[in-house]
Design a binder for this molecule. Sequence first.
Ligand SMILES: [Fe+2]
Length: 582
Amino acid sequence: MLGHDGNAALLVDGRLVASSQEERFTRVKHDADFPVQGLADCLAQAGVRAEDVSTCVFAEKPLQSLFQERTFGQSNLVWRILGRLLNPSLGSDYAAKARQLFPNAKLQYAWHHLSHAEAAFRTSPYESAAFLCLDGKGEEVNATLGIVNHREIRVLEELPYEKGLGLLYTAVTELLGFHSFGSEYKVMGLAPYGEPKYVAHLEKVCATDGDGGLKISWPLGFKQRHEPGVLEEFGRRVGLPLRRKEDPTTQLHADIAASIQALFERELFKMARRLKRISGEENMIFCGGCAQNCVAAGKLRAANIFRDVFNSPVGGDMGSGMGAALLHERTVRKGQAFKVDAHGFYLGPEPGPMPAEAGQWKVEHPGEDVQQAAARLLAEGKVVGWVRGRMELGARALGARSILADPRVGDMQSVLNLKVKFRESFRPFAPAVLAEDAGEWFDTDRPSDFMQYTAYLVPGKRHPIPAGLNDMKARLDFRRCDVPSIIHVDYSARLQTVRKEVHPDFHRLISEFKKRTGVPIVINTSFNVSGQPIVRTAEEAWLCLQNTDMDYLVVNDGIYRNPNQKTREEKLQWLKQFAKHA
Ligand SMILES: [Fe+2]
């Protein structure tokens, strides 16, 4: 447990049975608090009593983090050694909280980055791999390079700066007027509209070396960055203006986004080359918060520095609890080989019952099962909320708490962004494509089961953007292919390849959609509005349906029509509660 996204995971007899994020219960996006509700949910799902929990493992060494904060990020050898010698729980209230919840449990503390690497390894296809954990920070470390297999997990090198690549990306995210730790993907989404004209500007505040050991060269630290005036000073030093949240997004902002993305990719590739040299491994695991950058991950995989790259869908903080628990399991099994079957990462709770009032809006679909009926609605251009079974772990909707739509509809990107999701119009949606058809549409033959990589639309399906069409809005509106709402202006797409073995329910739905339309792709976006955590329960989904312009809601085997009874003012009022996290 712990990290930026409070989360909990439960192993019973060494088997992963549940994992939940605290935000899904408290409804506070990226809630980093002690995951009291997430833990309770894991126990409830498994039918385990709190008194029966034998070991409780944290995905952080709190004392080490405390030393790091107190020494203002200066990598001081004395503190690092002390942190390893003293009781790791000193300086936090984790232990007291855990003892209260689990009176019979032994408490343990795992290194944050090793928790990431372990979760990634146990869910990866490899028996042995090099790993790069690139994060904001884990204790006092920015990046960890190592090797992992069933016998050992070993650190080869650490970049002991909190002022590293992850923090630079975060600082630019804030400079562009977006929230840090959760909105970095918006910068990634904006980048394809721009040119990397400002790389040299960003380099004014950082020193780099040939191995990706970037270090921010002025006192911008993790804690300090939110102090008054620090962000303004950052902008002044790099010679770039601060965008306020309410300001329009312009070409300048797209160029800044393209610049940090280019710099990030360049340094990541350097790190990967170094990792290849020092590890001697053929495969690479990419994990940590920065691995959520699926554009960079897709390019890294295509670059063939390693034979293959696995970008873990649970390599960020949402999977830190799982990783910490699995590190403990590693010691129990003493080097014996084991992998985690995460069942498509549907590790959260069931949606529960629909509110009684929804009954009158239930739609009959005689002669069709729920997938056939939903596929028909989608092919008619309807926007459908899709809530089926246990919810997925992580930031991406994988077909258990999704909003779905037809990617062929020309203005669907704008409709969804402005009437359903209430988010920036520049961001395209992700395609969920039948795995067996992915190669016909995209330039990759490798899986992206959990939306971890971007790929590019094959040239034969592109409509070339006319020369001189430079305006962001005009490029967004140009019909660049037959499925424009899931293809970015550079023809990239954040892909979910849907395999029958991994996501059988979702696979069947898309197969039915293909039967009707000939297109094996649906738009798959997370079931929430901007700033809201993904919906968990049927009741939350029902509320979201009523307060947006979504057309239908599927909850397990029931289909419900939007009553369309809320006034615009009521909807705006409902949306307001999420605005501060948008
Ligand atoms: Fe992390």
